[in-house]
Design a protein around this ligand. Structure first.
Ligand code: MTE
Ligand code: MO
Length: 438
């Protein structure tokens, strides 16, 4: 099998766009049907043996698909430091966590999803912060440039468990489909983040009354590798930045932030689309207008102001910026597809509601005909997800679905079906798993 040198696009993308060319690059010729068949069934195990590890994303393989590690002879395929994540794309890297691997109250670094818009910076690759600085400028009286040491020493650290969910989590449930990463349910994590309060840093810079919004810039590179282009630059209204739970973090679960998650420093603006939690942070530009960086405008991280018909064309003026994420929950145990011996089953998971608390949690085993109230715990701190659990009794053997429904502190519940919007954001339909009672 031929080695392939690094291409600008990932193999996932290449295979999606031009499978024949991708096969030529990987095999040196167009793959025949036998070759395509190789990747199914026993072929997968053979390939896993060749790579020297499990292939965690085989369910996404189109026929003929070759994992990039094998093709490139690098260790890219199995994300080092990650455990069981499903890779949706490799360039940019996007990987989600299966629901049953999100059972921990605090999501370990190894199980936190990854969502990149561009390419990780060198300094994260080398875990070397010696050249790192953060600049705070714009609508401030004393612009700041901080080293990592200064950020750690000048500001009182806080440590908080914070939900971080991609605005597009759940996009795979849209019909008609929405373009973008086809996240199922696993683009959510609840790690413990340590850092300075965002507010303290802004105040140290002498925040002006004219400040309206922040603009985040990172050290990551545009996919084109064109240094004049920026992969993403979003921000938050000043009021969100000033909340005590918005932080400029330098540790994730007590360790330096891993390369995937923004080493050495990122913002964490919990409860809002993950895109406001800027990784590999370089600059905070305090604006006197709503920030207008790449992916702030148009239909990026925006939804229509009013409900629209599935598949509708929506003009740009109708969109509003997504702020708080909606109420949502996950069943993290048992794993979907489990077989239950006996008629009783303990189920549990987490629930969260953006800027809000979750007030109630219900479960159903009859497709939503009847509901049972689950036990719901308080969050360990505001903006942490909340543990829920329930004891189920099945009336008979057979195939069941367990449905979970969270309700927030305003009385707003998760819907049965996703409310359609053009870019596939805010998908918070109830999570469902199947169990077979033997
Ligand atoms: N610099 C930078 N920050 C970024 C991104 C990015 O591409 N570059 N992606 C954003 C998006 S869309 C999400 S959902 C979160 C994901 O954070 P994670 O990869 O740590 O889970 O990071 C956000 N911060
Ligand atoms: Mo995201």
């Amino acid at each position: 099998m031929k080695k392939v040198t690094r291409k600008e696009r990932g193999l996932f993308e290449l295979y999606a766009e031009d499978p024949e060319r991708a096969d030529r690059l990987v095999f040196g010729r167009v793959a025949d049907s036998n070759r395509r068949g190789f990747l199914k069934g026993a072929g997968l195990a053979a390939m896993a043996a060749a790579v020297g590890a499990q292939i965690p994303f085989h369910r996404n393989f189109p026929a003929g698909f070759i994992p990039s590690a094998l093709a490139e002879g690098t260790a890219d395929l199995v994300l080092d430091g990650k455990d069981g994540l499903v890779i949706l794309g490799d360039r940019p890297l996007n990987a989600e966590t299966p629901a049953h691997l999100l059972d921990d109250d605090v999501t370990p670094n190894s199980r936190h999803f990854v969502r990149d818009n561009g390419l990780r910076p060198e300094m994260a690759e080398n875990m070397d912060a010696s050249d790192w600085t953060l600049t705070v400028d714009g609508e401030v009286d004393q612009p700041l440039t901080l080293t990592l040491d200064e950020l750690k020493r000048r500001f009182k650290p806080v440590k908080l468990a914070l939900q971080l969910e991609c605005g597009g989590n759940g996009r795979a449930s849209f019909n008609p489909p929405a373009k973008g990463n086809q996240w199922t349910v696993g683009a959510i994590g609840n790690a413990e983040w340590t850092g300075a309060r965002y507010r303290d840093v802004l105040e140290a810079a002498g925040l002006r009354k004219s400040a309206v919004y922040t603009g985040h810039y990172g050290y990551d590179m545009h996919l084109s590798r064109d240094a004049s282009k920026i992969p993403i630059s979003r921000g938050v209204p000043i009021a969100k930045a000033m909340e005590p739970h918005s932080i400029i973090a330098y540790e994730m679960n007590g360790e330096p932030i891993p390369k995937y998650h923004g080493f050495p420093v990122r913002t964490v603006c919990p409860g809002w689309p993950g895109s406001t939690s800027h990784k590999w942070l370089q600059r905070i530009w305090v604006r006197d207008v709503v920030h207008d960086g790449p992916k702030m405008e148009g239909d990026s991280y925006r939804v229509p102001r009013f409900p629209v018909a599935p598949g509708a064309e929506v003009s740009k003026e109708v969109f509003r910026i997504i702020e708080s994420m909606p109420v949502k929950s996950l069943i993290t145990s048992p794993e979907s597809g489990s077989t239950v011996a006996g008629r009783k089953l303990a189920v549990r998971g987490h629930a969260w509601a953006g800027d809000h608390d979750v007030r109630e949690m219900h479960v159903s085993i009859d497709f939503g005909a009847t509901w049972k109230k689950a036990k719901l715990e308080r969050p360990r701190n505001r903006y942490s997800w909340q543990r829920w659990s329930a004891e189920l009794s099945f009336p008979s053997e057979g195939y069941y679905e367990v449905w979970a429904r969270a309700t927030d502190d305003r009385g707003i519940s998760q819907p049965f079906a996703v409310a359609w919007n053009p870019k596939g954001y805010l998908a918070n339909a109830m999570h469902r798993i199947s169990v077979t009672v033997a």
